[in-house]
Design a protein around this ligand. Structure first.
Ligand code: B12
Length: 458
């Protein structure tokens, strides 16, 4: 059977955005693992990555030319609109083809797909077992409304390594000074043990309440192959929170230290875990850790508690110090515009980030994500009424919550980044001239110009 996957991750970016930013060069591990699973069963797999296409005409020409038996579309909430348009256009071109959907959005909000006559089947949860099985038994023709296929949790060590040929092997390094290219991503496990209200219980609904992780041997073998086959020099372990299992991390570091080559890596964690196990950061640094993503989130204890984060502001400062002591770079994620947050509390976050001075600033405007406790809260309080699914991007140009002073938040965001006053003033002037809807694009362009000017200056 010829399967054509569609990766519609262009919301907020538009067509032809592949590789323009870090965010537009990531591999979808969901589709790449399914590709490996179905190729192992003898099927042929292709990919239409909208990020690499010029527009809908090219999409239609390609789809017509490839003549698939089945089209499988990955859908996250933010990419709902381009995904649905791809489905509609495919159906109009190829009335007999089977169209199936999977990914976080269908798994969390199935109601949005149940009446869609263009879709034949909806996959919920993980697809490594259900999707190849479905291809063996796929019924001929269409039967009106979509039917639902419930996923099963696979044994992660028995799942083949993801198909690196589907998207092309390399991703853009988010920080080449820490992580030299060729850079690639991998994921050791699924699920998250913590209960932050801006994420859970959505994550648990997709992957279950328990965290499942591949064995250290399995991950190290994949990394060894990537170094041998592609000359990979650095990588990210893109788990939600890698260091929650200390023993796994220790074992991983030991194995990495005994490997040939000088691989560097980054991963995500929390400040409380860093403080509880400061030595672990040292061990990870010896094994190649160069950058640690920490969700600092807020400089106000009340807001951290409101978020259900389970960390303290003090731990945020301490964790940053521990990273510095071990020579590990910091990627600091934090949020502005959280419901109930006062301007004083925003200022505390600004002060915290100015003091921590992370190597990479990861600010976002709070965005309620479907299936999370805070999404429910925002809907109940009448704070969130998105015009479009596109608004789920946390750094979208449009304001998010009703009643938030985004002009103030943009100013706070700028201050939090410790940027020179001249850059801040130019941005402020441009923003005043262009208005709020274009803010983020303007910001991104100006940021790029500023970085370019600094490079020229050096
Ligand atoms: C790595 C990651 C990122 C990376 C890279 C994303 C990428 N290339 O896909 C970056 C940092 C760029 C990112 C960005 C964002 N992310 Co993110 N991310 C993740 C993370 C941690 C891992 C994703 C992953 O690879 N998982 C492992 C694979 C195997 O799982 P999977 O993709 O779900 O695929 C399985 C099933 O869903 C199913 N399946 C998937 N597709 C299909 C298709 C078919 C046809 C079938 C049959 C089955 C099927 O089978 C797969 C195998 O089991 C997840 C959390 C998580 N643990 O998954 C969040 C997660 C996916 N991200 C999330 C969010 C909110 C975002 C952002 C919107 C945040 C933002 N910046 O505003 C953006 C949106 C980007 C986008 N266009 O999708 C949410 C999605 C919620 C939602 N309702 O859509 C998640 C679930 C985290 C959370 N709990 O909030 N993310």
């Amino acid at each position: 059977m010829r399967v054509e996957f569609v990766y519609p991750a262009i919301a907020g970016w538009g067509f032809d955005c592949y590789g323009r930013t870090i965010e537009t060069s990531w591999v979808s591990h969901g589709l790449a693992v399914l590709s490996a699973c179905v190729k192992a069963e003898g099927h042929t797999v292709g990919l239409l990555d909208l990020r690499r296409l010029k527009g809908w005409k090219e999409f239609e020409d390609e789809m017509r030319g490839r003549r698939p038996d089945l089209v499988g579309v990955y859908i996250s909430s933010v990419d709902f609109n381009p995904a649905l348009e791809a489905i509609e256009r495919t159906r109009a071109l190829l009335p007999q083809v089977r169209i199936v959907v999977g990914g976080p959005h269908p798994s969390l909000v199935i109601e949005e797909f149940l009446e869609n006559a263009n879709i034949d089947s909806i996959f919920i949860g993980e697809g490594e077992i259900s999707f190849p099985r479905f291809l063996e038994e796929v019924p001929k023709g269409r039967n009106g409304k979509p039917h639902v296929v419930q996923g099963e949790k696979p044994d992660l060590d028995r799942v083949p390594f993801i198909d690196r040929t589907l998207f092309g092997p390399f991703e853009k390094s988010p920080a080449p000074e820490f992580l030299p290219e060729p850079f690639m991503s991998t994921i050791a496990g699924r699920g998250c043990f913590f209960k932050c209200k801006f994420c859970q219980p959505a994550e648990a609904k997709i992957f279950g309440k328990k965290v499942r992780r591949r064995s250290v041997e399995n991950v190290v073998e994949e990394l060894r192959n990537l170094r041998r086959d592609y000359g990979m020099r650095s990588f990210i372990l893109h788990d939600d929170c890698l260091t929650e299992d200390r023993r796994w991390v220790r074992d991983f570091c030991e194995k990495m230290r005994s490997e040939d080559g000088d691989l560097r890596f980054m991963c995500q964690t929390r400040s409380d875990l860093v403080c509880r196990n400061p030595d672990l950061v040292g061990e990870m640094a010896d094994a190649g850790l160069r950058l640690l993503i920490i969700g600092f989130e807020s400089g106000s204890q009340r807001v951290l508690d409101f978020l259900g984060k389970g960390t303290t502001v003090e731990q945020n400062f301490q964790a940053a110090e521990i990273c510095r002591e071990h020579g590990v770079g910091i990627w600091g994620n934090y949020m502005l515009g959280i419901p109930t947050e006062t301007k004083e509390e925003v200022k505390k976050t600004v002060d915290m980030m100015r003091r921590i001075k992370p190597d990479i600033y990861g600010p976002s405007f709070f965005t309620p994500h479907v299936g999370s406790r805070l999404y429910e809260y925002c809907v109940e309080q009448g704070l969130w009424s998105p015009d479009s699914h596109d608004d789920f991007r946390r750094n979208a140009p449009a304001p998010k919550l009703k009643g938030m002073d985004y002009e103030f938040l943009f100013k706070a965001l700028e201050l939090s980044r410790n940027r020179p006053w001249i850059e801040r003033t130019v941005k402020w002037l441009v923003r005043r001239t262009l208005g709020t809807r274009n803010l983020m694009t303007t910001y991104q362009r100006l940021g790029r110009i500023a970085r370019w000017m600094r490079l020229r200056h050096d």
